[in-house]
Design a protein around this ligand. Structure first.
Ligand code: SF4
Length: 384
């Protein structure tokens, strides 16, 4: 079966970077002139280029308008629930990396329920389940977590190790709504430098993971790169290429993109390629102009000041009050985090901020009855 790997191999990462760097003002004006309708990958390259920097205000205004037209003045709020920090991989940039001598933990049923209690109290109905990547905590562990949590939350997403299509299909049948699988980097030279050992070292298996998700009929797939590992402009263009490919091949599925930037973590410091806040805004706006359907996510990795100013410029979901350690909300508040968050405001504070700025915080945007399942909250109002 052909996968995105075949498409990816047709494009040289460095050559893409050079092409973006050479885009002209005329290219940017052509892309902007389309007013967010029918942009192609050349237009995306132009909007990601240095030539687009002077047009950032215009891009931001258009991105805001297109987002309000499609999504209204709403912001989905979600929280990650870290189930385990056990990981078989050595990744240069992560506190959970297998070579780090840290206490390892996997939540048991009681601890998962305690985390659920805490997140319910905050008001969350959308929870992202996160793990390290280890076959010790695979399909059976995830199915058990879904069984425990499905009656309590309407929307359960996962960010775990890449699985086979059959495993994704089984989890979807158990009530899984979405899977986020970030490629980290599309640069074939940078990838092996940062993924030194473990199954994640197989770059092509990871690249083909969204195909397996699409084949399995997962309702929403999250794509993205980890910014700081290679040239951000080329990285973003490859995310766009991936999105374009997925939308063509798996058109029933919804897509989301996030823009995680490297954050301080346990372990050795690594050289980080630049990707500043202005670059992040340019990237998010470029994606909104490229696709009016894609959901864009803004993480607690970013500062409150930045999030307060950026949230209107194309984003549709935000994490809030995040803990990035297993048991972080209830049982193990002091255990090791995967990375340090920057926005430490509570979910209620973030929701209140949105409200004072004319936005509705959406805690629930799906109902289990749509999947033929019943939850304790099935009678709640659905906002979007
Ligand atoms: S990034 Fe993911 S796979 Fe890599 S060490 Fe961290 S938890 Fe493991």
């Amino acid at each position: 079966m052909s996968t995105f790997v075949d498409t990816w191999k047709q494009h040289d990462f460095a050559a893409v970077g050079a092409r973006i760097a050479a885009a002209t003002e005329a290219d940017v004006r052509r892309a902007l002139g389309k007013q967010g309708r029918g942009l192609n990958l050349d237009d995306l390259a132009a909007l990601l280029s240095p030539a687009a920097a002077p047009f950032l205000e215009e891009m931001a205004a258009l991105s805001h308008r297109l987002t309000v037209e499609r999504f209204g003045r709403t912001m989905q709020l979600y929280a990650p629930m870290y189930l385990t920090n056990v990981c078989a991989n050595i990744c240069s940039y992560c506190g959970f990396s297998a070579q780090n001598r840290i206490p390892r933990k996997a939540l048991d049923d009681a601890e998962i329920s305690a985390e659920a209690d805490a997140l319910e109290k905050f008001g969350f109905d959308h929870v992202l389940l996160v793990t390290g990547e280890s076959s010790r905590y695979g399909l059976a562990y995830f199915q058990n977590a879904l069984r425990l949590l499905r009656p309590r939350f309407s929307n359960l997403s996962m960010e775990v190790q890449p699985l086979d299509a059959e495993e994704y299909a089984a989890l979807t049948a158990d009530g899984l709504s979405a899977v986020l699988v970030y490629q980290e980097t599309y640069d074939p030279i940078a990838y092996p430098k940062h993924h030194l050992k473990g199954p994640k070292a197989d770059m092509e298996y990871r690249l083909a993971t969204p195909d397996r998700l699409g084949t399995a009929g997962v309702k929403k797939i999250g794509l993205g790169a980890l910014y700081g590992l290679s040239d951000w402009r080329a990285e973003s263009w490859f995310v766009g290429l991936h999105l374009h490919y997925m939308e063509k091949h798996y058109w029933r599925t919804r897509y989301s993109i996030a823009f995680p930037r490297l954050r301080p973590h346990e372990g050795n410091e690594i050289p980080v390629t630049p990707f500043n806040e202005r670059d992040l805004i340019q990237t998010a706006c470029a994606f909104r102009l490229f696709s009016q359907e894609v959901e864009l996510s803004l993480s607690t990795r970013e500062s409150p000041h930045f999030r307060n100013n950026a949230f209107k410029l194309g984003f549709t979901s935000m994490s809030a009050g995040s803990k990035t350690n297993p048991g972080g909300y209830a049982s193990e508040p002091e255990s090791l985090e995967q990375f340090q968050i920057s926005d430490e405001r509570s979910p209620a504070e973030v929701a209140a901020f949105l409200k004072t700025n004319g936005y509705e915080a959406v805690w629930k945007d799906w109902d289990a009855t749509y999947d033929g399942q019943q939850t304790a909250r099935s009678n709640d109002v659905v906002h979007a």
